[in-house]
Design a protein around this ligand. Structure first.
Ligand SMILES: *Cc1c(COP(=O)(O)O)cnc(C)c1O
Length: 392
């Protein structure tokens, strides 16, 4: 049976070109980048090449790119590092209530340490209003952390407008761009971004590597203390294959971005249209246009997203849902609740995230497979039975 992978927002396969590029750094050029001999120098050069590629991708300077062990680490570092460095100046942070847990839980941790956090609401599409951001700013605000694009519903935030406000008020602006990097155009200068997190495994590089962009002059504490790596801000022997892979993957993604975004947007819109037209009581979550090219998030009334995933899995189709079991809690996704979905609708949601390897044929297959699955689950649903009884 063929597997169809529609969970590219969760992770992506390492691209063939990337794998080929990084393989020598495992067992040929395995030297510690801090050493002086040839195989170490080659590794060191791979790191600096990758730094240049990441910097170029976002119109940043090489001195502004720090490699981390992933997106979560970059988010933790940005927020805790700025909070610590500026705690004398103020202790107030602004974010939204639809951030990734790497941001939300870091903010909650800081609240326990005496910081105050404003969690701004979003509208029905998942957009935060720049006016709300401006109104939330206080004397003691030290950081605004708002994601570039949401990982569940794909909504792209008004980053440039928020950056302008932050710059005007002299407050640092961090954005979690893990879902956006390599998929939509990002220019840290034009968008007034001071700190930005990215992650390798969401764009065709290996897991366990990411980067934090820190604009020159931004005050931030070191994240890991030890050796002198990453200009004494993030100690630890460098993950050379991972870092090289991140550089290669972002370079490829940026070169192919326009074409790939157009292709994915076409597939995405075909999928959304196909689902909404063929399945009654379904709705699109997130913004219809201001959304990531590969993101489709839909809710189906009367059923559980979790059961849909199991039925799809039996067909070799892999997707994700915003409901209970996957997240390890009984509550539906905080993002779907934040855009105003009642619990029962939030439970019946499905995230299909398209990527480089997906084809139109696969999208057509999903459009055909989904309606009978929803129909079957509804036939077993007491909620649906109740609804049809009431409306017949
Ligand atoms: C995946 C993801 C992260 C976490 O990145 P890791 O590299 O898995 O730690 C953070 N933020 C967003 C928006 C993500 O999608």
């Amino acid at each position: 049976m063929r597997n169809i992978y529609f969970d590219n927002a969760a992770t992506t396969p390492v691209r063939k070109e990337v794998l080929e590029y990084i393989l020598p750094y495992f067992s040929e050029y395995y030297g510690n980048a801090s050493s002086v001999y040839n195989i170490a120098r080659i590794g060191k050069k791979a790191i600096e090449d990758a730094r240049k590629k990441v910097a170029d991708a976002f119109n940043a300077d090489v001195s502004e790119i720090y490699f981390t062990a992933g997106g979560s680490e970059a988010d933790n570092w940005a927020i805790k590092g700025v909070a610590e460095a500026l705690s004398v100046k103020g202790r107030h942070i602004i974010t939204t209530n639809i951030e990734h847990h790497a941001v939300l839980h870091t903010c909650e941790y800081l609240e326990k340490k005496g910081f105050e956090v404003t969690y701004l609401p979003v509208d029905e599409y998942g957009l935060v209003s720049p006016e709300d951001v401006e109104k939330a700013i206080r004397e003691d605000t030290i950081l605004i952390s708002i994601m570039f694009a949401n990982n569940e519903i794909g909504t792209i935030m008004p980053v440039k407008e928020i950056g302008e406000i932050a710059r005007k008020r002299g407050i640092y602006f961090h954005t979690d761009a893990v879902q956006a990097a390599g998929h939509v155009k990002i220019d840290v200068k034009e968008m007034n971004i001071d700190l930005m997190s990215i992650s390798g495994h969401k764009l065709g590089a290996p897991k366990g590597v990411g980067a934090l962009f820190v604009k020159k002059g931004v005050k931030i504490e070191a994240f890991i203390h030890g050796g002198a790596q990453e200009r004494r801000k993030r100690a630890g022997t460098e993950n050379i294959p991972g870092i090289a892979g991140l550089g290669k993957a972002i370079e490829l993604a940026v070169a192919e971005m326009d074409e790939e975004a157009e292709r994915l947007t076409g597939l995405r819109d075909k999928l959304i249209k196909g689902i909404l037209e063929s399945i009654p009581f379904s709705r699109l979550n997130g913004h219809p246009e201001k959304r990531l090219p590969g993101n489709c998030n839909v809710s189906f009334e009367f059923i559980e997203g979790e059961s849909m995933l199991l039925f799809l899995d039996m067909k070799g189709i892999y997707a994700s849902s915003g409901s209970a079991c996957t997240s390890g809690s009984l509550d539906p996704s905080h993002v779907l609740l934040a855009i105003g979905l009642p619990h029962e609708k939030a439970h019946g949601s499905l995230r299909i995230s398209l990527g480089r390897d997906n084809t139109e044929e696969e999208v057509d297959m999903l459009i055909n497979e989904l309606p009978p699955i929803v129909e079957r689950l509804r036939a077993m649903s007491p909620l649906y039975e109740e609804f049809t009884a009431k409306n017949s």
